[in-house]
Design a binder for this molecule. Structure first.
Ligand code: PDD
Length: 295
């Protein structure tokens, strides 16, 4: 199994990959990124990830200099050479290098950094028993400062939340908003279940609207599971029947404790969602096998 990096299309060992100290991604976090994983030959929800990359870049007025099709093709041409299934893939595009200064027009062309590594499947009990989280006092960036929908190279807000949660040795730490509602995890979305209803943070909250979270909505809709979009508090999370996090790399993972207190009395809805999600992967893989450029 190979781990490798491609810098502007040049494939190399991770330890040989270098980027300039004048790169704005390094200097200011002036960059956008996406993370996805493959199931077999196919990167799941690839188009949605590339779409989001373009949206993030547009908000930052960062010209990616390539079309979505070209990016997808380039990634698959490298992945095809790896020739083994189930990879983690991170694509980061920085605004490029230039003299130090805020003005984005100081930058040259964007730098593309692709990182592939064999996907490390989380332990099975994370999906059955659940994981531990910390609910921190840290506020998620407000939309008016740095919209969390911009998947930017600046994750300091999330790093701070992770540091703050550390006393609970959590798998994930979650952040709040100024009204006392929970927003999202450092690298995941979080939902609770009350009775048979999923309570999900409203789209307009300060969150990244995750691709996995959208799939949860689709699965719920087709499985007759109700979704209520509203803010929920830490207390509601502690008292919920089920709590779960979602992300492209974790899929749908139940939460078994928050700040050291046991959460979730059962896992009926989470199980149904996990089943539905598996079907989505199968459906997508069938579609992508006939649509993607490596075919
Ligand atoms: N993180 N919220 C944040 C802040 C995230 O960074 C992520 C993803 C999510 C979930 O989004 P999605 O379902 O589209 O993966 C929510 C990725 C996995 C990462 O940074 O590794």
């Amino acid at each position: 199994m190979k781990e490798l990096v491609a810098v502007n299309g040049q494939v190399m060992k991770p330890e040989d990959a270098k980027i300039s100290v004048f790169d704005r991604g390094f200097l200011f976090g002036d960059a956008v990124y996406e993370v996805t994983r493959s199931y077999g030959k196919v990167f799941f929800q690839f188009e949605a990830h590339i779409d989001r990359l373009f949206r993030s870049a547009e908000w930052l007025k960062l010209d990616l200099g390539k079309t979505a099709d070209r990016i997808i093709q380039e990634i698959y041409s490298i992945y095809k050479e790896i020739g083994e299934p189930n990879y983690y893939m991170r694509l980061q595009v920085t605004r490029g290098e230039g003299p130090i200064g805020m003005d984005p027009s100081l930058a040259g062309k964007p730098n593309y950094v692709l990182y592939f590594k064999p996907f490390e499947v989380p332990p099975k009990e994370y999906y059955t028993e659940g994981v531990d989280i910390a609910v921190t006092e840290r506020l998620r960036n407000s939309k008016r400062s740095l919209d969390p929908n911009i998947k930017s190279g600046n994750y300091l807000n999330n790093v701070l939340a992770f540091i703050e949660g550390k006393e609970f040795r959590p798998y994930e730490s979650v952040m709040m908003n100024s009204e006392g509602f929970i927003t999202e995890g450092c690298t995941s979305n979080i939902q609770i279940v009350q009775g048979d209803t999923i309570v999900m943070t409203p789209d307009e909250f300060d969150i990244l609207r995750g691709i996995t979270r959208s799939l949860v909505e689709e699965v719920a809709n087709t499985s007759g599971i109700q979704i209520q979009k509203r803010g929920f508090t830490a207390q509601e999370l502690f008292d919920a029947d089920e709590v779960f996090i979602t992300s492209s790399t974790r899929e749908i993972m139940p939460v078994k404790s928050a700040n050291g207190k046991k959460t979730g009395k059962r896992s009926t809805v989470v199980r149904a969602l996990q089943e539905g999600y598996k079907k989505k992967i199968e459906e997508y893989s069938r579609w992508a096998e006939s649509h993607h450029p490596w075919n």
